[in-house]
Design a protein around this ligand. Structure first.
Ligand code: ATP
Ligand code: MG
Length: 477
């Protein structure tokens, strides 16, 4: 069994290595983003820097700077602090600086100010600018600053990447994730590639396909691994408490608010916020969520004090969010914020190759837990596992193996210990099922009919959302 895990890790290492080399290729370009609203300044800087062999991207407004930064990585940003809306205070430039850092905290920013506005330059440095230059500038000095910052940033990024790669290879805090099948390779590669970044990731897939496992892996390989990953399950919460769970509240904000309470967003500051069952976020709260994601600021319920939060958001759903958007139940702008990167987990029936590995892994875990001396599966039992349709995916496989471990009387698990039943038989013979089995069956049907949306399925079944949640957990659905 140990050998198999090593294979899994080798796979992961390869994916990490490939992701690492493609990131390095991007960093080699020597790319400078220039933000200034004066066409002659842009042109002069473009000529100067181009002459030194840099790739230049001009941006004539703060929004153009942000759009360029969202689109690709830069090595240095050289930007003016004054733009047309307000040409002297530098406020627009300072705001831009803050927003740049929210998108990419590693990119060095050099600000340009008019002669005599040293105070503004100092304020910009306080907010994270790495250096400043006064206009009209001295070409030689400007080039020295740009080169120095470029080298520093390359070294920093290299260090950060190496650290992330090392962490991946050391497997610190990484949950066991078995994924040898061809269908899972794109998933592994995406994890390796985007894990170390701060990008928001949306994980999709049928229930039980491993979305939690992927979320925890992403956090474990990120630069935030030493900080907490805080989970909020949007499906398990009554609508009324959702907002205060997410943002916290102050004493007296509503009748039951007896004391101040810190919300999950603040708890996840510096770390990762995992929003599970995201399709169930009530529509009226989607706008508030969007705002935090866009500007990194929020208020506790009942308070007007704005707080900055820096949480990387990973979300997961088994619903089809595009359909939810079309039906008016989910905001499109929120979807676009959440799914910067989407990782789709294929159902277990599309990754047969992984079934023996997963089953053996679960067998080991449960045999240890129940203190049973089991060596593995009888070949026919393994074949039955591989051929089963697994509507409940990996979670169902885990439950079936757990039961089999308890039932097994020999040193190996026999087909009879598995108690597998095919989906069609289940559907045809309601009268042979126990009450619990019928309930589980009806819940599965309702979820399928409502695209995995727990609120709607609960409505259709005449249950509250939390009551349905408890049943989902009980039946391992
Ligand atoms: N690739 C994997 N390797 C090992 N264990 C896995 C893998 N995928 C899932 N599991 C295990 O299967 C169970 C279900 O996985 P998980 O909770 O991540 O699914 P999910 O997609 O989040 O389900 P849901 O939609 O119900 O929230 C867990 O016990 C998890 O540890
Ligand atoms: Mg889950």
């Amino acid at each position: 069994m140990a050998e198999r895990y090593n294979l899994g890790d080798a796979c992961f290492e390869r994916a990490v290595h490939e992701a690492g080399s493609s990131m390095r290729a991007v960093a080699n370009a020597g790319r400078v983003l220039i933000g200034d609203d004066q066409a002659d300044v842009l042109e002069a800087l473009r000529l100067l820097l181009k002459g030194e062999g840099f790739a230049i991207e001009p941006a004539a407004s703060p929004s153009a700077v942000l759009a360029a930064l969202e689109a690709r990585e830069f090595d240095v940003i050289l930007m003016d602090l004054n733009y047309t809306r307000d040409t002297t205070s530098g406020q627009e430039g300072l705001d831009l600086l803050t927003r740049i850092q929210a998108i990419d905290s590693m990119v060095p920013v050099v600000v340009m100010t008019a002669w005599g506005s040293v105070e503004l330059a100092v304020e910009a440095m306080r907010r994270g600018a790495r250096d400043f230059i006064q206009k009209p500038w001295d070409n030689a000095r400007l080039m020295t600053i740009v080169r120095t910052q470029m080298e520093l940033s390359a070294a920093l990024r290299r260090g950060q990447r190496l650290e992330a790669e090392n962490r991946l290879l050391r497997a610190e805090g990484r949950p066991t994730m078995i994924a040898e099948s061809p269908a899972m390779q794109p998933v592994l590669q995406l994890i390796a590639r985007v894990g170390p970044s701060d990008a928001n990731v949306l994980i999709t897939g049928e229930p039980g396909t491993g979305k939690d496992v992927v979320a925890r892996t992403l956090h474990a390989v990120s630069n935030r691994a030493s900080k907490p990953m805080v989970t909020l399950n949007a499906g398990g919460l009554a609508e009324g408490v959702f907002e205060s769970e997410l943002f916290g509240h102050v004493k007296g904000a509503f009748t039951d608010a007896k004391a101040d309470r810190v919300g999950r967003f603040e708890l996840a500051d510096g770390g990762t916020l995992f929003l599970d069952e995201i399709a169930n976020v009530p529509v009226n709260l989607q706008a508030k969520l969007l705002r935090v994601l866009e500007i990194g600021e929020m208020e506790r319920v009942g308070s007007s004090k704005t707080r900055r939060v820096d949480a990387r958001v990973i979300s997961a759903t088994n619903a089809n969010l595009t359909e939810e958007v079309a039906a008016g139940r989910f905001r499109q702008d929120l979807l676009f914020r959440l799914n910067t990167i989407e990782i789709h987990l294929p159902p277990l029936r599309e990754r047969h190759e992984d079934i023996p590995l997963l089953a053996t892994h679960f067998l080991g875990t449960h045999a240890r837990r129940y203190r049973k001396a089991l060596q593995g599966f009888d070949p026919l039992a393994l074949q039955a596992l591989v051929e089963n349709p697994w509507q409940g995916n990996v979670r169902e496989l885990n439950h079936v193996v757990e039961r089999a471990v308890l039932m097994a009387q020999d040193r190996v698990v026999r087909p009879g210990d598995l108690a597998l039943r095919s989906g069609s038989q289940t559907a045809g013979r309601l009268e042979d099922m126990s009450l619990e089995e019928v309930e589980a069956f009806l819940i599965k049907k309702a979820l399928a009919r409502h695209n995995g949306n727990v609120s709607h399925a609960a409505n259709a079944l005449g249950l509250s959302r939390s009551a349905l949640y408890r049943r989902l957990q009980r039946y391992g659905l």
